[in-house]
Design a protein around this ligand. Sequence first.
Ligand code: RP5
Length: 168
Amino acid sequence: MASPLVALIMGSDSDLPTAREACTVLSGFGVPFVVRVLSAHRAPEDLVAFVRQGEGAGVRVFIAAAGGAAHLAGVVAAHTVRPVLGIPIQTSALNGLDSLLSMVQMPGGVPVATMAIGAAGARNAGLFAVQILALGDPALADRLKSQRLEQLEKVRQRDQLVQKEFGN
Ligand code: RP5
């Protein structure tokens, strides 16, 4: 198996239903990735060891999904100079606003690229990771362009259906 270019880390396995959206994107583009549960609060030493080892093993992009007091992405970013993408998980207590604000308010000097709350954010984290990798991989960039065209085609088909329904 190819060594992973992307590492997707979750604060809990309860984040997996959302984080899976990113996995689906990465698999679809044939990007090798690794998935781990490594909490910033519950397993801080394991987390730091993994980030250091992953960077040494060739991981180019880290994705961190966490909810509530979501410090995971920030801690990952503190231990690597590779890009870190954050997925704020939608929570039951505060609907994910807690996760978003915990993740997005990084101090200047340690960036985290924070995506939208929930499934759309997870999907975009996967796509953003592919876009970063595509900077040095023209074939991957071509696949991204094809994906945008497929998306455009779907919107046009829906537009046709709606126009038909309303007799435009
Ligand atoms: C965070 O706490 C995790 O990322 C998760 O979103 C949240 C709740 O974790 P569990 O109590 O479901 O394990 O660290």
